[in-house]
Design a protein around this ligand. Structure first.
Ligand SMILES: *[C@@H]1O[C@H](CO)[C@@H](O)[C@H](O)[C@H]1NC(C)=O
Ligand SMILES: *[C@@H]1O[C@H](CO)[C@@H](O)[C@H](O)[C@H]1NC(C)=O
Ligand SMILES: *[C@@H]1O[C@H](CO)[C@@H](O)[C@H](O)[C@H]1NC(C)=O
Ligand SMILES: *[C@@H]1O[C@H](CO)[C@@H](O)[C@H](O)[C@H]1NC(C)=O
Length: 292
């Protein structure tokens, strides 16, 4: 009789122990008699009479709600530096695009599908044909202007060059104020570019889509405003203008994702640019004062 009681109690204990360890929380079990043996010598492996309650806790829905199947894949903006890196042979231009912050600005602005650019990308040999130190002697502002001088803020297809009127505006400055003139003339399939210091003919098309066309040029387009002997005597360099994205901050989505960040990045880049500009002007003024 006592043996039977002990046996049933052990079964109950084993069952309770199982419940606790599997479900992690004590089941609302009937209160145990206080004086149960702590450890039965040979607990039966399986209760002879399975308890009515299922031994295993009800299976929770194992899987979290599935990810929305249709995550719209955001095709990022066109990345000019990636295109040029893939094309090979433009490493100096790419480096300058990056170091001047112009690459970042292009990337931000190309995210707006209403904005497009034409880029004249000088080859590495174009840069190596320059007089030694030509680039290194430039201030940060001048480097930025030099790169911007190679960018038009419209998409100009090969057949559209003849429609341009000279001087053609570049990103480097306000051509209507006489700054950074660039002349482009066409005859047949030939497109000639002249800065007043450099004449060159447009090379092949490196890349082309609705928003961006990149042409190869085999000479660095040296703007008069930086490289003419006269330019070096002009104290105040003209303010470079940048085409601004049409999307204003107010238009940007309030969502925590990309767009606002990009605007911020552009703003930072612009203000940094403003700083470089002031420093550049100061440096030029210094040289002028020194009569260098
Ligand atoms: C373009 O330049 C080449 C020389 O590089 C010249 O022979 C040609 O006449 C020029 N064409 C135009 C339309 O300016
Ligand atoms: C560019 O074209 C304008 C207008 O045709 C002309 O006045 C100017 O002299 C040209 N400049 C250069 C560097 O060819
Ligand atoms: C560029 O071409 C023009 C005529 O098309 C010529 O007058 C000028 O001397 C050339 N400049 C250079 C640097 O070759
Ligand atoms: C581009 O613009 C869209 C819409 O304004 C925005 O959702 C996205 O995050 C932006 N992406 C980048 C890389 O700037």
């Amino acid at each position: 009789m006592t043996k039977q009681v002990v046996s049933s109690l052990s079964i109950l204990l084993v069952f309770l122990f199982h419940c606790i360890t599997t479900s992690g929380q004590p089941a609302a079990a009937p209160t145990q008699p206080a004086n149960t043996p702590t450890q039965p010598a040979n607990p039966p492996v399986q209760p002879a009479n399975p308890p009515t309650q299922p031994a295993n806790p009800p299976v929770q829905p194992a899987k979290a709600p599935a990810q929305p199947a249709q995550v719209p894949v955001q095709k990022g903006p066109i990345d000019v530096t990636k295109i040029l890196e893939k094309a090979h042979g433009y490493s100096v231009f790419v480096r300058l695009l990056k170091s001047t912050g112009v690459a970042k600005q292009l990337y931000g602005q190309l995210n707006n599908s209403n904005i497009g650019f034409t880029i004249f990308a000088p080859t590495d040999s174009a840069f190596s044909n320059l007089k030694a130190g030509t680039i290194n002697s430039l201030s940060d502002l001048q480097k930025t202007q030099l790169i911007q001088f190679h960018i038009l803020n419209t998409v100009v297809t090969l057949s559209n060059f003849q429609t341009l009127s000279n001087p053609v505006p570049t990103e480097a400055g306000d051509v209507s104020a006489g700054a950074f003139p660039l002349n482009i003339t066409t005859a047949g399939n030939q497109v000639n570019i002249s800065t007043g210091l450099v004449n060159t003919t447009l090379g092949g098309t490196v890349y082309s889509d609705d928003q961006l066309i990149i042409y190869q040029v085999t000479k660095v387009l040296l703007p008069l405003d930086i490289f003419s002997p006269k330019a070096k005597k002009v104290a105040a360099a003209p303010t470079p203008t940048l085409s601004k994205p049409k999307t204003t901050k107010e238009d940007a989505p309030v969502s925590p994702s990309g767009a606002a960040k990009v605007d911020e990045a552009a703003a930072v880049s612009l203000s940094r640019h403003g700083m470089i500009e002031s420093v550049g002007v100061a440096v030029v003024a210094f040289f002028v004062m020194k009569g260098i």
